[in-house]
Design a binder for this molecule. Structure first.
Ligand SMILES: Nc1ncnc2c1ncn2[C@@H]1O[C@H](COP(=O)(O)OP(=O)(O)O)[C@@H](O)[C@H]1O
Ligand SMILES: [Mg+2]
Length: 323
């Protein structure tokens, strides 16, 4: 049995004007313990919305449309936010959020924020015992522990704040960790530190199963076992990291890879190659393949025929013409 199963999950936002934004559409995948899945796709394709669904925490204006998420055989859909907070978050599924600064309450010291996490899940813990546990964990993470724990978020560097967020969100050894663009908006040196720290936690077995989300596909080559690429709320390709980076089959994955690789080469003087056009509006009913208007391989029928995920070799691709 898979540790983590996502079954035909669809989620929508209800806008003030009564329109529905279909931000996640029919997403399915399974993960086994010890696996690292990367999720890539450009901004606005539904990655962060999917994370809310994966935690079972859909708060208005976000609503589940259909489907389910199953962790260790337990369904997360249809449960109240209070129940999810008490029984699922931090212990089963924990998120390392995008933008550590906003994630930390600025009026409390790091040690108090960490104690809140323990207290909200475990009863009758003495302050001293909790502090020791937090201290040991931050030591394990190679932090300047006493200073960091006794600081307010604003007194720390961006890197220390992000590492504190990681320390706090993995304190209760969650089964599954979801990192949502943990390195975006950080400088390259800090990015490397954060990636290094995540690997360190995996090696020290603080957690073993992870979803790593980024809009940078090439970064995932070094991090993930498998990669899932999203476009306009849907999964368009899912396969091993090797397959997706070195031999992409969906036209969008191909375009994303070549745009990213030429962006890397951009540092050496070449102009990055952008993907022409824009993704569709997720409010409208979309006929045909969502990528067709931007696809250089599109056939006339691609604009009218809905593309389903199909198996090509041992990967999944949402394109009838991918080989
Ligand atoms: N509160 C909201 N109300 C309506 N639409 C939203 C809301 N939050 C996000 N969206 C829309 O949902 C889509 C997916 O957004 P998001 O999950 O944040 O994408 P990503 O994380 O991939 O950048 C986007 O079209 C975005 O504009
Ligand atoms: Mg996001």
């Amino acid at each position: 049995m898979a540790t983590f199963e996502v079954k035909n999950l669809s989620l929508h936002y209800l806008t003030r004007f009564g329109a529905k934004v279909h931000a996640v559409s029919d997403v399915s995948f399974e993960m086994n313990e010890g696996e690292i899945l990367g999720i890539a796709g450009e901004s606005g394709c539904g990655k962060t919305t999917l994370v809310s669904g994966l935690m079972g925490l859909c708060l208005p204006p976000l609503y589940p449309t259909s489907g389910d998420v199953i962790v260790d055989g337990e369904s997360l859909m249809g449960r109240t936010p209070a129940e999810i907070r008490e029984n699922v978050l931090s212990r089963k599924v924990s998120m390392i959020p995008q933008g550590a600064f906003n994630a930390l309450n600025p009026t409390r010291k790091i040690k108090d924020l960490a104690m809140d996490v323990i207290e909200s899940h475990e009863e009758n813990q003495s302050k001293k015992a909790m502090y020791k546990r937090i201290y040991d964990r931050f030591e394990l993470l190679g932090m300047d522990t006493a200073r960091v724990l006794n600081s307010f978020p604003v007194q720390l560097t961006a890197g220390e704040r992000q590492r504190s967020v990681i320390g706090i969100s993995t304190l209760l050894n969650p089964k599954m960790v979801i990192a949502d663009e943990p390195t975006s908006a950080l400088d390259v040196t800090t990015q490397k530190q954060i990636i290094g720290m995540i690997f360190d936690l995996l090696e020290k077995k603080v957690f073993s199963t992870m979803i790593f989300i980024t809009h940078e596909l090439p970064l995932l080559r070094h991090v993930a076992d498998r990669i899932c690429v999203m476009y306009a709320a849907e999964v368009v390709e899912l396969g091993t990291a090797e397959q997706l980076v070195f031999d992409p089959r969906h036209p969008y994955t191909k375009a994303l890879m070549s745009a990213m690789l030429s962006a890397e080469e951009g540092a050496k003087g070449r102009k990055p190659e952008a993907i022409e056009g824009a993704p569709p509006n997720l409010v409208n009913e979309i006929a045909g393949c969502r990528f067709a208007p931007r696809c250089k391989y599109a056939h006339p029928e691609c604009k009218v025929k809905k593309m389903e995920i199909r198996i090509v070799g041992d990967r999944q691709v949402r394109c009838d013409y991918a080989e």
